[in-house]
Design a protein around this ligand. Sequence first.
Ligand SMILES: Nc1ncnc2c1ncn2[C@@H]1O[C@H](COP(=O)(O)OP(=O)(O)OP(=O)(O)O)[C@@H](O)[C@H]1O
Ligand SMILES: [Mg+2]
Length: 303
Amino acid sequence: MNLKGNSGCNIEQQGDKVVKTAIGSYAPRLREQAQKQYCATSWSGTRNSIEGTPVLNIKEDLVGNDLKVTVTMPFIEGDTLAEELLKHKGISSAEDLGAFISSNFTFGKVWNSKVIFKNKIDDMIKKTPELQSELQEFLKEFEQDLGDIKGGYCHGDLTLENIIVGHKETYSTAARVLYLIDFLDSFIDTPYIDIATVLQDSLCHWSYRYTELDEDDKKYLRRFSQEFLERVGGNYRPTMKKILIFLLFKIYRIVPYAKDDVTKRWCSDNIKYVKSLFDCLPVPDKDNGYYSQYVNLNDFWRK
Ligand SMILES: Nc1ncnc2c1ncn2[C@@H]1O[C@H](COP(=O)(O)OP(=O)(O)OP(=O)(O)O)[C@@H](O)[C@H]1O
Ligand SMILES: [Mg+2]
C-alpha cells in the first residue's frame, strides 16, 4: 500500500514493514534522516513513553548513475498524535513531549546561532527573493537575541503527524508509546526547533489546516499548548522569546513550498499571529527599566 509522501521520498507499507525510498539528489538526505532516526532509538529509549521508531535496515544501490537509498522500519499500528489528541483530548502527551524535548538539551553544547541564521537567510533569499525584506527585517529585529543558543538532539520535524500512538507489550499490559517517525536533518540541531514545531501545531494548527476545528477542539489545543509550554519553560521570558523566533522562522521556511490556497493563507495568517505574540512578552518596567521574567500565557491565545 502506498502511504502519502510529501518530500522527495516514496513510502510504502509492505506487510508489517514500512519502506521509504529516495533516488537521486534526495537520497543522501534520506540516509541522514534514517541515521538520525536510528540514533534516536537509543536517546529516546531511556524514557518509557516516547521512542524513535526502530530502523531495521538502510540499503544503498545505484540506479544508473543515481544513488538509491532504501530504509525499512516496522509498521506501527495506531493513529497519529494529531488525530488521537482531538479524539481523546488527554493532556499526558503534552507533559510527556515537553519533558522529553527539555531533556534533549545537551549540557554545554552551544551554537553561535547568529552566523547560522545569517547563512540560512542568505540561502532562502536566493531561492525566494520575495521574502527578502521580511527576512532582513527578521534578522535585524532579532540579531540581539540570536547569540548563543543551547544545542542538543532534535527530531527536526516534530509535527503531531510525525508521531504515531502505538502500544508496546510489557509483562502484563500494552503500554501506550509515542513512536517518532519522519526525522529531518535540520540547519541547526537544537531542541528549540522541536518545541517550535509542536507549537506550530498546537498554537497555529498547521497539521489541522484542512480540518474543521470546533470551539471545543480549539480550547483543548490551547490547554495542550499551555501544559506543553510550562514543561519547556515557556513561561520564562528569555526562553519564550527564543521559542517564538524559531516558530516565526519555521513559518517563513514553509512559504516557498506553500502551493495551495489553504496553505498560503495559513502562512500569512500565522506570520501575523506569531509576530503579535512578541507584543505579549513582558515589557520593561517604567520605573526601574527591568523586564519581569514571567510571561502570562493567557495573553497568547488567539482572540
Ligand atoms: N513506521 C510507520 N508505521 C506506520 N505508519 C507509518 C510509518 N511511517 C510512515 N507512516 C505513515 O505514512 C505517513 C507518511 O510518512 P512520513 O511521515 O514518513 O512521510 P511524509 O510526511 O509524508 O513525507 P516526507 O518524509 O516525504 O516529507 C505518516 O503520516 C504515517 O501515517
Ligand atoms: Mg510526515
